[in-house]
Design a protein around this ligand. Structure first.
Ligand code: LRH
Ligand code: MN
Length: 427
């Protein structure tokens, strides 16, 4: 399913007057700050977020799953759904695949379909947190860390296969998240588990093409509830530093214990040139995988404040950071949820671009704490939504993506096309 461009231009035309009023407000605010609205608009327009292939259907918890209907039944329909998102916001220009949930049957056809929708393939994800039907040995007690060398080998081979799939579709990075850990004191030898994991990651690292990256994703708990082999940024940084220049840490916002200062972790990893990418989502308690910006929007702004400090400064020469969403939708329409998440990410980026960095540095050097907060919160409290809207309209996308998704009854059309009981592979 594709959206006729006339539907989008008619929609935008209907909102032209209101939009122009909103736009002149923000242009005026930005110029008063001595900043160039066009320069910021260009950066906002160019900012693309990768959509997770495993979040195009409704997710669930162990307590239940409530499918929304019209979910994609295969990889091609997942790519089409990301194509719909990209047509509506021209900001979802990539898809991140999870293997084996999304093994392409026809690499050429899948690549051509993605290209025809203006999509690239971001990081591919391995999966040694589940046992597949045709799998010889179980990952019940771990994978890359396992006490049994043949199980470690099976997991290493899987990750190499994931890289090979990625090469065939033009991806340039692999994300390795390990559920490996233990549920009880005494169950695991922490030292052996970590050294096995490092040795196994090194074998996978050596399989990377020269222009590839490996993202080491950390998580404090779940599915193991006593220890996780890679629980925090420090362990991920340790491993990615020992592995080499192609290895980086990946920050999943939901993978932090309550009240963790994630923006400080971002600053530290960037300072070491080891921040590779993000899994954006939001959370109240744990790895809730909620809509980005739904719970802690100020934290997201503060994270982008640190990101821009690096991107426009000491990290200018670094490889581009991988901007990816990792969310799960229990009660929202998956596509509406993803549209809201992309919007929230770009809002925080745009707000952070309004921070007067030189003035902020000055207040910090003078320990003028009040003035520092005033500078940050003035940017955070600036309504930049019209800037994002203008960037969309200039890229032939929709004034109101969620609004148009509903007006065009896209979910209803997907349900008619695919059925109301279809369930997408994924979490
Ligand atoms: C683990 C995780 C990881 C994915 C999975 C779907 O919680 O964040 O990034 O492999 O979710
Ligand atoms: Mn993740």
């Amino acid at each position: 399913m594709q959206i006729q461009s006339s539907k989008i231009s008619d929609h935008n035309q209907r909102h032209k007057t209101q939009h122009n009023a909103d736009l002149s407000y923000i242009y005026d605010r930005i110029e008063k700050k001595g900043l160039d609205p066009e320069e910021i608009l260009q950066k906002v327009g160019d900012f693309q977020v990768a959509i997770p292939s495993w979040a195009l259907g409704t997710g669930g918890t162990r307590f239940g799953r409530f499918p929304s209907g019209g979910e994609p039944r295969n990889l091609e329909e997942k790519i089409e759904d990301v194509g719909l998102l990209h047509a509506l916001n021209r900001s979802s220009g990539a898809i991140s695949l999870h293997i084996p949930w999304d093994i392409p049957k026809d690499y050429i056809a899948v690549s051509n379909l993605a290209k025809s929708l203006g999509l690239k393939f971001d990081a591919v994800n391995s999966n040694t947190f589940q046992d597949q039907l045709n799998q010889g040995l179980s990952y019940k007690f771990g994978s890359l860390c396992h006490t049994d060398a043949s199980i470690r080998k099976q997991a290493v081979d899987h990750n190499k296969e994931v890289i090979d799939h990625g090469i065939k579709i033009g991806s340039k990075s692999i994300t390795v998240w390990l559920s490996d850990g233990s549920n009880f004191p005494g169950q695991q030898n922490f030292r052996k588990a970590l050294s096995h994991t490092l040795d196994s990651l090194r074998e996978i690292y050596d399989h990377l093409p020269d222009d590839w990256q490996m993202f080491v994703e950390y998580k404090p708990f779940e599915p193991n509830f006593y220890s996780t082999v890679i629980p925090d940024w420090g362990t991920s940084f340790l491993l990615s530093s020992k592995l080499g220049l192609k290895a980086y840490s990946l920050v999943d916002l939901g993978h932090h214990l309550p009240n963790t200062n994630i923006e400080q972790i971002v600053a530290t990893l960037m300072g070491e040139h080891k921040l590779g990418g993000f899994h954006f989502n939001d959370s109240k308690f744990a790895d809730d995988d909620l809509t980005v910006g739904a719970i802690k929007p100020y934290q997201l702004f503060l994270i982008f404040n640190e990101l821009i400090y690096g991107m426009e400064g000491e990290n200018e020469g670094d490889p581009p950071i991988a901007w990816m969403i990792d969310a799960s939708h229990n009660v929202k329409d998956p596509l509406e949820d993803l549209l809201q998440s992309v919007e929230a990410i770009k809002l925080s980026y745009a707000q952070a671009l309004l921070v007067d960095r030189d003035k902020l540095e000055e207040t910090r050097e003078n320990n003028d704490v009040v003035a520092a907060q005033e500078i940050l919160q003035d940017a955070y409290r600036t309504d930049v939504r019209a800037l994002l809207t203008e960037a969309r309209i200039r890229n032939a996308a929709a004034y109101d993506p969620v609004g148009l998704f509903r007006t065009l009854k896209l979910r209803e059309r997907l349900m008619k096309e695919r059925g109301s009981k279809t369930i997408a592979t994924g979490l």
